[in-house]
Design a protein around this ligand. Sequence first.
Ligand code: ASP
Length: 421
Amino acid sequence: MKVFKFGGASVKDAEAVRNVADIINLYEENLVIVVSAMGKTTNAMEEIAEAYFSNDTVNTKRLFADVIDFHKNIIRDLELPKLESIEKIFNELNQKLSQTTTINYDYEYDQIVSFGEVMSTTIIAEYLSSINKNCMWFDARKIIQTSNKYREAKVNWERTKENVFSNIDAYFNVRGNQKIAITQGFIGHNEKGETTTLGREGSDFSASILAWCLNAQEVIIWKDVPGVLNADPKYFDDCKKLNKISFREAIELSYFGASVIHPKTIKPLQNLGIPLFVKSFLKPKEAGTEIQSSLENDTLIPSFIFKQKQILISISPKDFSFIAEDNLSEIFEHFSKNGVKINLMQNSAISFSVCVDNYTSRINKMLKALSNSYSIKYNDGLELLTIRHYDDKTIQQLIANKEVLVEQKSRHTARFVMKID
Ligand code: ASP
C-alpha cells in the first residue's frame, strides 16, 4: 500500500482532478490519497475566517459565495450531477458562519479553514466513484488526533494510529480489487472533537503521519516540479534535479527554507525507513526524486536556498558585560515567548546577532521587552542565502555584487546574510 499526496495545484480545476484519476490508474495496489484544498482555496478560506471573526457579515457572505461558485464550477466541469454530499458541507459551513464567533481567533480559523480540504476530497471522491474506482472517503477530523493548539496542533501518535487501524486499515483488510482511501491533509481533531489544523502546507505531514501509522511501502508527493531541485525554479533557469538524497539532506534543505516538502514530513518516514518520492503530476511516469536513508548521493550537486524579507538584529548588554550563558538564556526566552524563529545566529564578546523572518509585530513586541537591558540595532530588507555542499564557484556566482553582512561556513553549509541590491 502506498500513500499519495496531492497539493492544491494538482487539484486546481476539473482537468487537474481528471489527471489525478489518470495517475491513480497507473497503480494497482491499495492507495491512501491525501488531498489539499483545491487551488488557492485555503487563502480564500482564510479571508472568510477573518471577515467572520471581525463580524463583517457582508464580506463573509460574498467570499463564501465565491468559494461555493468555484467548487460548483469544478463539479459542473467534471460532469457530476448535483451532489448532496457537497451541498451538506456548504450548509454546515453556512451554519457555522451564521453563529456568533468566540473570542479565540485560532479556534475559529481551524473550524472554518478546514472546510477547504473537506470540500476538495468530497468532490474528488465523488468523481472517482463516478468513474467506477473503488473509493472510500475518510474524515481526517475523526482520524488524526491532536493537541488543542489550534493552527499548529501537535499529533497524538498513538491515538491516531488506533483510529487509522479501525478506519483505513480495516477498509484495506477486506479482500478485493484495488481500494482507494481518500482523506484530507492538514486537518485533525482534538480530544473534545473540535477541528484542529497542523499549520499551513501541513498536508505533506498528514501523508507522512498516515504512512507511519500504516507502515506504508512508500509515499509519493505529487508536485508541479519534476522533483526536489537544487534551487527554486521561480528564480533560477538552470535548476538541476536531485535524483536521490537522504532523509537527513531533505530535512536540512526544508529547514533552511526549501519549500518543496513540509519540514515535519521527514521524521516519521525516516523512523520507519519508508522512502519518499517527489514526482511531477504532469509527468507521472518520470522518476522524480527519491528520499531515503543512504547518504551516498547527497554531496553531488550544490543546492541553494534564498530566504527573503530577513532582518538582522544585534543585541548588546547595556552595561558592556560579556554575552554569556545567563544573558543568552534571557534573550532566548524572549524569542521563544514571542514565537520569533531564529534562522541564523552569531555572537561576539559583547553582541549577539540573529537573522529572523520579518514578522513586524512580534519582533517589535520582543525588542521592546529586550530594550530594558540591551541596546538593539537592526537592518531590514535583507536576504539569507544557504548553500549546501558549497564550492567556491557557486559562492562567487551567488554573492557577486552583494554586500555580505554575516558569513558562516561549516563543513557542508555556507550561509550569507546579504543586502538586496
Ligand atoms: N491547504 C493547506 C494550505 O494551503 C494545507 C496544504 O495544502 O498543505 O496550507
